[in-house]
Design a protein around this ligand. Structure first.
Ligand code: SAM
Length: 304
């Protein structure tokens, strides 16, 4: 493993994936990730965004699984944030992997949705766009400053039917009930590390941190399943590739009962680099030059 790989993470990757896959993950974390954006359909169409990029001389590439996602191979983020269409909220800078959970969630118009860990709002605004602002979204965020950032992004993106709650989602009243829930859980970020630019984060990556994070993830998932209407579906996601935050969290929920995995259709995400998973039907994205490491599981709560 490279010298800049946090020792504990390197050890876990070897243990969980074996040498070949661990080397693939390491290479992905060490590569310079391309900037990507999502066209905000509440304000613009892909054709208009592509024309604006052409005019600005910015090259873009598409992906197989979404017309709204564009990869910008030659530029840094500041080249995009300087564009008027960014200021107008017609695009949102979002990693490709991070666009997958809202697509898997499959929210529909008229539904009452919960985004449990929402700031800065990439996925909340994506769900608002996917439902044409015709679903009611409650967006929860524990940290006050991040909740403010979330409100700012919602306003700029034109996400009109979102109520922000600045609260620890574990404290949500059990009287609430939702048609669909996204739990994009706080995590170690093991899938998004930029090896070589880690600084102090390298030392922070420890067994203790991971145990604490996994405990919070488990508690949030338990809460999500209590708030979900029977017979309805939710998505659990992390930007981690570690089993403790992914498969193990899901397996604990399955063991408690009353919930099953709804398989993510791999055909819907052609071209996405994947890793082996311990819970069949879940999806783990391997980090590379285009994608961040990510985990996505769809769950259905049993009918009463
Ligand atoms: N879904 C967001 C997006 O797509 O832009 C990214 C979410 S980030 C992975 C996790 C967020 O959860 C952070 O903003 C963090 O402050 C928040 N958070 C952490 N613990 C929380 C809790 N117990 N309740 C609500 N929010 C929490």
């Amino acid at each position: 493993m490279r010298e800049d790989m946090p020792a504990f993470l390197g050890e876990q990757l070897l243990l969980q994936y074996g040498e070949e896959e661990a080397a693939r993950i390491e290479a992905g974390l060490a590569s310079r990730r391309r900037v990507s954006l999502r066209v905000n359909r509440l304000k613009a169409e892909p054709k208009a965004v592509m024309e604006a990029l052409d005019e600005a001389g910015i090259r873009y590439e598409g992906v197989l699984w979404s017309e709204d996602a564009l990869v910008l191979p030659d530029v840094r983020e500041d080249a995009l944030t300087a564009l008027p269409l960014y200021e107008r909220g017609e695009i949102y800078l979002q990693s490709l992997s991070s666009m997958i959970p809202p697509l898997v969630l499959g929210a529909r118009e008229g539904e009452n949705l919960l985004d449990m860990a929402a700031a800065p709002g990439g996925k909340t605004t994506q769900i608002a766009a996917l439902t044409g602002n015709r679903a009611m979204i409650t967006a929860c965020e524990r940290h006050a400053a991040r909740a403010e950032r979330l409100k700012f992004n919602l306003a700029r993106q034109g996400a009109a039917r979102v109520t922000v709650m600045n609260i620890d989602a574990r404290q949500l009243d059990d009287l609430f009930s939702f048609d669909r829930i996204l739990l994009d859980a706080p995590c170690s970020g093991s899938g998004t590390l930029a090896l070589g630019a880690l600084g102090r984060r390298k030392a922070q990556f420890s067994r203790e941190l991971l145990a604490r994070t996994a405990k919070t993830q488990g508690a949030l998932l338990e809460k999500a399943l209590r708030l979900l209407r029977p017979g309805h579906e939710m998505v659990y996601s992390t930007c981690s590739v570690l089993e403790q935050e992914n498969g193990e969290v899901i397996r604990r929920a399955l063991k408690r009962g009353g919930v099953q995995v709804v398989p993510v259709d791999p055909a819907a995400f052609g071209g996405v680099p994947t890793l082996p998973v311990s819970v069949p039907g879940t999806l783990c994205v391997c980090p590379d030059e285009r994608y961040e490491g990510f985990f996505v599981a769809k769950l259905r709560k049993a009918e009463r």
